[in-house]
Design a protein around this ligand. Structure first.
Ligand code: ADE
Length: 231
C-alpha cells in the first residue's frame, strides 16, 4: 500500500520508522511518503494560511499550496487514491473503516491545522479520487497529524503480512462488535490475585464460553452503545 501524508509538521511522522509499521515499511508492504505543505507555498514566507472570509477567529489553510501538493502526489500515482482528511466534523473512523481502507492501493492523508482547510480543496480532491473526512471521536485535536498517525496504524496493521500472527487480529476488541476478553499470563498467582481457574483447566469449550461471557459483560458495562438495543 502506498500512503502519502501532507502536513506542515513532517517530523510528527518520524515515529513511523519504529515498531511494527517500521518493519512493514522495511519489508515493502507499506510505502509511506511524507510531504511538507510549505514546500508548495508560493510566497517568500512559505505561508499556508490566511484569515477567514466572513470573519471569525483563527486562520484557514489556503487552497493553492494544497492544490499543488495534491497535484504533485497524483503526478506519479498508479491509481486514483482515496484522500482522507482528519476532521472533528468528519464521519467516525472505526475498525470497520480501517478494514475497508486496508484494501486500498493508495491513501493520501491531508493534515489540516488552524481552523481547517479551505472547503474548495475537498471538492478539488474529489476530482482526483475518493474523499473522506474522518473523525477519531467527539473531541478536538490541534490538527490532523495525530489522527492520521492513529489511522495509519489501525489500517496498516490489517495489511496481510504486517502483523505476524493473523489470529491475533481476529480475537481483539471491535472485530466481532464486542470488547476483547481479559488476558493473563504467568505467574498464576501475583500479589494476591489469581488467574481465573477456568483458564488453567485446559477445557477449551469452557474457556471459550467464559471469554464470550466476559466480552458481553465488559461491553454491557463499558460500551453499551455497541450492543443492539434488544440485548
Ligand atoms: N482534527 C482535530 N480533531 C480531530 C478529531 N477528533 N478527529 C480527527 N481529526 C481531528
Amino acid at each position: 500500500m502506498r500512503v502519502d501524508v501532507v502536513t506542515i509538521f513532517p517530523a510528527f511522522f518520524d515515529v513511523l520508522e519504529v515498531s511494527l509499521l517500521g518493519k512493514a515499511r522495511g519489508a515493502g508492504l507499506l510505502d509511506v511518503r511524507v510531504h511538507d505543505l510549505r514546500d508548495y507555498a508560493t510566497d517568500r514566507h512559505r505561508s499556508v494560511d490566511d484569515t477567514p472570509y466572513g470573519g471569525g477567529a483563527g486562520m484557514v489553510m489556503k487552497p493553492e499550496p494544497w492544490g499543488a501538493a495534491l497535484d504533485a502526489i497524483i503526478a506519479d500515482a498508479a491509481t486514483a487514491p482515496t484522500f482522507i482528511f482528519p476532521s472533528p466534523a468528519g464521519e467516525l473512523f472505526s475498525q470497520r473503516t480501517a478494514r475497508e481502507l486496508s484494501d486500498a492501493e493508495h491513501l493520501v492523508f491531508g493534515c489540516g491545522r488552524y481552523e481547517g482547510i479551505d472547503e474548495r480543496v475537498f471538492a478539488y480532491a474529489a476530482t482526483l479520487g475518493d474523499v473522506r473526512l474522518m473523525s477519531l471521536g467527539d473531541y478536538v485535536l490541534n490538527g490532523g497529524e495525530v489522527a492520521s498517525m492513529a489511522m495509519i496504524e489501525a489500517i496498516g496493521r490489517l495489511i496481510p503480512g504486517v502483523v505476524g500472527n493473523p489470529e491475533s487480529l481476529v480475537e481483539e476488541s471491535h472485530e466481532n462488535g464486542l470488547l476483547e476478553y481479559p488476558s493473563y499470563t504467568k505467574p498464576a498467582s501475583w500479589r494476591g490475585q489469581d488467574v481465573p481457574d477456568v483458564l488453567l483447566s485446559g477445557h477449551h469449550r469452557r474457556v471459550a464460553e467464559w471469554r464470550r461471557e466476559q466480552q458481553m459483560t465488559r461491553t454491557r458495562t463499558r460500551r453499551p452503545d455497541l450492543l443492539p438495543p434488544s440485548s
